[in-house]
Design a binder for this molecule. Structure first.
Ligand SMILES: C[S@@+](CC[C@H](N)C(=O)[O-])C[C@H]1O[C@@H](n2cnc3c(N)ncnc32)[C@H](O)[C@@H]1O
Length: 191
């Protein structure tokens, strides 16, 4: 689901773009990387973090996002950096072969996707066995999630239909547990 114009103002500002770039780099350093590895930024938004990594590391970086406007921003910022590309794609139907990527990274995206488990399934599908899935999204105590969902729905904020499930920490851990047997490591940021 695309972001509202209001949310885009928040997400696309320079300070936040710098913060998410630093976060992605911190996560990458945690798992380490090798030259030529394929890195997917799932729900890359304005592409700031994908571009930062492509500049600094010899990775082959792809950013995907469902919102063509966000991808246009990313392409405009990309300049002529050769090892990064951006595609307008619905993350629940990735146009990539199985095991295409060494690293799949997603930050604050799945709460925008109604069928978010399909998105997670796609992320897992395109990670190589032994590769890494760096998954980060919002989790909150269930009482807070219940209130948050009601408020957000009333204000027309785009959220996952299953937000009450998504924001349930136990459910999220269950999803992660089901990923682990596929040899993907999950780095979960609690926020
Ligand atoms: C809150 S923004 C986060 C952007 C970026 N990951 C960051 O950390 O700044 C959520 C992003 O998810 C994208 N998105 C929502 N639904 C999507 C889907 N089904 N497939 C791909 N991207 C999606 C939105 O367009 C938006 O750019």
């Amino acid at each position: 689901m695309k972001m509202s114009d209001f949310e885009k103002l928040f997400v696309n500002n320079t300070i936040r773009s710098r913060q998410v770039s630093h976060y992605a780099e911190k996560m990458l350093k945690l798992i380490g990387c090798q030259a030529g590895q394929r890195y997917l930024d799932f729900g890359c938004g304005n592409g700031a973090s994908a571009i930062n990594l492509a500049k600094k590391y010899p990775l082959d970086v792809t950013g995907i996002d469902i919102d063509a406007d966000q991808i246009r921003l990313a392409q405009a910022s990309r300049c002529s950096i050769p090892n990064v590309r951006f595609l307008t794609v619905d993350g629940t139907r990735l146009p990539f072969d199985d095991a295409r990527f060494d690293i799949v990274y997603t930050n604050k995206v799945t709460h925008h996707i109604s069928n978010w488990l399909e998105a997670v399934t796609e992320m897992v599908r395109v990670v190589k066995p032994g590769g890494h899935l760096i998954y980060s999204d919002l989790i909150a105590p269930i009482w807070l999630a219940d209130i948050g969902q009601k408020v957000m729905k009333q204000t027309g904020f785009p959220t996952s239909d299953g937000l009450e499930t998504l924001f349930n920490r136990h459910q999220l851990y269950k999803v992660h547990a089901s990923i682990t047997p596929l040899h993907c490591e999950v780095v979960l940021q609690k926020s």
